[in-house]
Design a protein around this ligand. Structure first.
Ligand code: GLN
Length: 538
């Protein structure tokens, strides 16, 4: 639609956790709904190469793209809002930037020059920002800069933005600065000073914000907007209020009301139109007006942190709207589950999801949970480690292999029903070495999965090292736990189901990563439908 791609930069000031990712995704939605081809990229200023090795306590969920990048969870929001897949190029960290520069230095590509932050690191940042724009696939690239302006580690990124503004010329870039306008209850007032200071910090690095998005708990008066505009050197219509919303899915409409899309398009000298948000608004209608309610237990070991299972929670929102049912997700800590309290903790649930995970902590509780739902015919969805737990539970309690386990938890188990994948046996490095990204899966026509996907060949995203041990396949099948999905090339088991139960499905892959507002994931939709049916039976 445009000849050269335009670049929008989103920076943050005053405080972290203001929701830059949601603002970026909401703006992208509004622009996409006017016909522009959009992508969003996140630059993370930490030194890890990617968040794949980070603990969820540090960084929330690790999101996985089709091409197998382990990324920041904001990429999940981008995909859920835009329904356009992201890739390795959509998430860049300082670690990755330095690694490329240092590799280049070792190859002698700097021809004897001293390698420095400016220009070498900033050039690499600028190159990474423009990879998506240069692909020809997008009219506009939105780049979200992680962290807060003024942080030492953000400086090279802000400098790269400053340089790019010069390189690309007027009307080809736009800087949106997201800040906090706090309310001081003792004074009974909203305060603009922190915003003034953070805009000033940005200016010290040579970057002038074009638009301010002000996160606030109270409405900004016209007077306050005028004051912010005057002190921060922006037009009054470029002071955008971002009031706390009850759901992130309201933010695109809130930004539309504030005219964020118009100011951005005006700054970029692009045509603005009325965005077509019909599908989006139908989803919101259904989400906000459920006809019934169900409760699903989410069993994991990081349940106290709402960001750890972000994509699963969002997939339930999409699937709930699709079924016109409110899905209440009850977080249940697997470490505190045991046979003695299981009925009390799970008995009232309409469905149970056992979450992905790594390591031994909390796994016995997960196994107890699977036993309970299997015996009580409660709809079950096991994802990755959750599927592996279902296999171990069946081995122990139905096949009578009392010490069956995954070799991840017990290397010397006599019955390694979950085994290390052959391709993982020589792997030493932890970072980026799992079986990652999209792989094919062929479905058995006589299965719940086939009914759900309505297709024999599917592709789903993965993140694991261990797999169902096919040596036990016949034993399981005879006893009623049936592999129903396989990788067509390697035979790796991707799905197991219990034929005698109403809805019992374990998947080695992560369906949650592919659920979007436009395309709620069929497996979550079917699981919610099964839980709804179960709730009506109770
Ligand atoms: N730890 C298991 C494996 O590596 C499961 C991984 C996951 O749940 N993502 O196979």
């Amino acid at each position: 639609m445009t000849t050269n791609p335009k670049y929008i930069f989103v920076t943050g000031g005053v405080s972290s956790s203001l929701g830059k990712g949601i603002i970026a995704a909401s703006l992208a939605k509004l622009l996409q709904a006017q016909g522009y081809r959009i992508t969003i990229q996140k630059l993370d200023p930490y030194i890890n190469i990617d968040p794949g090795t980070l603990n969820p306590y540090e960084h929330g969920e690790c999101y996985v793209t089709d091409d197998g990048a382990e990324t920041d969870l904001d990429l999940g929001h981008y995909e859920r809002f835009l329904n356009v897949p992201t890739s390795q190029a959509n998430n860049v960290t300082t670690g990755r930037i330095y690694q490329s520069v240092i590799d280049k230095e070792r190859r002698g590509e700097f021809l004897g020059k001293t390698v420095q932050v400016i220009p070498h690191i900033t050039d690499e940042i600028k190159r990474r920002i423009q990879i998506l724009g240069n692909s020809g696939d997008y009219d506009i690239v939105i780049t979200e800069i992680g962290g807060t302006v003024g942080d030492i580690e953000s400086l090279p990124y802000v400098e790269a933005v400053r340089q790019l503004e010069w390189d690309l010329g007027e009307h080809n870039t736009c800087v949106i600065h997201l800040t906090l306008v706090p309310y001081l209850s003792a004074a009974g007032e909203l305060k603009t000073k922190p915003t003034q200071h953070s805009v000033k910090t940005l200016m010290e690095s040579g970057v002038q914000a074009d638009i301010l998005v002000c996160r606030t708990e109270h409405k900004l008066s016209e007077g306050l907007k005028t004051k912010l505009a005057r002190f921060c050197n922006v037009k009054k219509e470029a002071v955008i209020e971002s009031i706390d919303a009850s759901t992130i899915y309201d933010v695109p409409n809130l930004m539309l009301k504030e005219g964020l899309d118009k100011v951005v398009l005006n700054q970029l000298q692009l045509k603005s139109d009325v965005p077509n948000l019909t599908t989006w608004n139908t989803f919101i209608e259904r989400y906000k007006n459920p006809k019934s309610e169900i409760t699903i237990g989410l069993i994991g070991k990081y349940v106290e942190l709402q960001d750890s299972y972000k994509s699963i929670l969002e997939a339930f929102i999409h699937a709930g709207a699709e079924n016109e049912v409110k899905v209440v997700v009850e977080p249940i800590h697997s470490e505190y589950l045991s046979e003695s309290n299981i009925d009390f903790k799970l008995g009232h649930l309409d469905g149970v999801l056992v979450a992905p995970g790594f390591g031994e902590r909390g796994i016995e509780g997960k196994i107890d949970a699977v036993k309970f739902v299997r015996e009580n015919n409660i709809p079950f969805l096991g994802i990755c480690l959750g599927m592996q737990m279902a296999v171990i539970e069946y081995a122990r309690n139905v096949l009578n292999l009392k010490d069956a386990n995954s070799v991840e938890m017990d290397e010397n188990t006599p019955d390694p029903v979950i085994n290390l994948m052959e391709s993982q046996k020589d792997v030493i490095n932890k970072g980026g070495t799992m079986r990652l990204g999209t792989w094919d899966c062929k479905l058995d026509k006589e299965s719940i999965a086939y009914k759900v996907y309505k297709s024999e060949l599917i592709t789903e995203r993965h993140r694991h090292r261990f797999e169902f041990n096919s040596n036990y396949k016949e034993q399981f099948e005879t006893a009623g736990l049936k592999p129903t999905g396989y990788n067509p090339d390697t035979g790796l088991v991707e799905i197991v189901e219990i034929t005698g139960n109403d809805w019992f499905v374990g998947v080695q892959y992560h369906p949650e990563y592919k659920s979007t507002v436009k395309n709620p994931h069929p497996l979550f939709v079917a699981f919610v439908a099964a839980a709804l049916k179960h709730s009506k039976k109770k």
